[in-house]
Design a protein around this ligand. Structure first.
Ligand code: ZN
Length: 159
C-alpha cells in the first residue's frame, strides 16, 4: 500500500465523470488500500478515486472509525437539511459553508462486490454526499454559501 498524490482544485481530472466498476481486480483492491492510506495520512474523512487521478466510481469514507468502501454508490433517499462547514483534501487548508441533506440512505458495493445499504446522518451523511459528488466532477466549492475561508489555524487548535 502506498500514499498517492492528491489532485488539487484546478486539475481537470477532478471535473470529469467517473466510470462504473464492473468487477473487482487486484489492481482495484490495491487502489482502495492506497486510498485509505492516503486519506488517513492526510487526516481526511473521505476520499474519491478521481482525487488520486483514477476515474472510477469508488470512494472511501471514515468519519468515526468505521470505514466504508463505496463502489458504484448511489443515494436512494435523502431528507431534511444540515448547514455547516465542509472541507476537501483537494482544496487544502480551506473550508466553506455547504447545505446538505441531514439524512441519506445510499447503496454501494464493497471490495467483494457485495451490495449493501447505509443510512447516515450528520457528518457521515455530509461525507457521503460530498464524496459522491466527486464521481460526477462536482466540488464543494460549487455549492458553497458565501466565501471559502482559511482553516489551517483552527485545525491546529483542535489537535
Ligand atoms: Zn472532496
Amino acid at each position: 500500500m502506498a500514499i498517492r498524490n492528491i489532485r488539487e482544485l484546478g486539475d481537470d481530472i477532478l471535473r470529469k465523470n467517473c466510470r462504473e466498476v464492473r468487477e473487482m481486480t487486484p489492481r482495484l483492491r490495491e487502489l482502495i488500500g492506497d486510498m485509505y492510506d492516503t486519506m488517513y495520512e492526510a487526516q481526511g474523512v473521505g476520499l474519491a478515486a478521481p482525487q488520486v487521478g483514477i476515474l472510477k466510481r469508488i470512494v472511501v469514507i471514515d468519519v468515526d472509525g468505521t470505514p466504508y468502501t463505496m463502489i458504484n454508490p448511489r443515494i436512494l433517499e435523502s431528507r431534511d437539511t444540515q448547514t455547516g462547514s465542509e472541507g476537501c483534501l483537494s482544496v487544502p487548508g480551506k473550508a466553506g459553508i455547504v447545505t446538505r441533506p441531514a439524512y441519506v440512505k445510499a447503496e454501494a458495493w464493497n471490495e467483494d462486490m457485495e451490495r449493501y445499504e447505509v443510512e447516515a446522518e450528520g457528518l457521515l451523511a455530509r461525507a457521503i454526499c460530498h464524496e459522491l459528488d466527486h464521481l460526477d466532477g462536482v466540488m464543494y466549492v460549487d455549492l458553497v454559501e458565501g466565501d471559502i475561508y482559511d482553516v489551517e489555524a483552527a485545525e491546529e487548535d483542535e489537535e
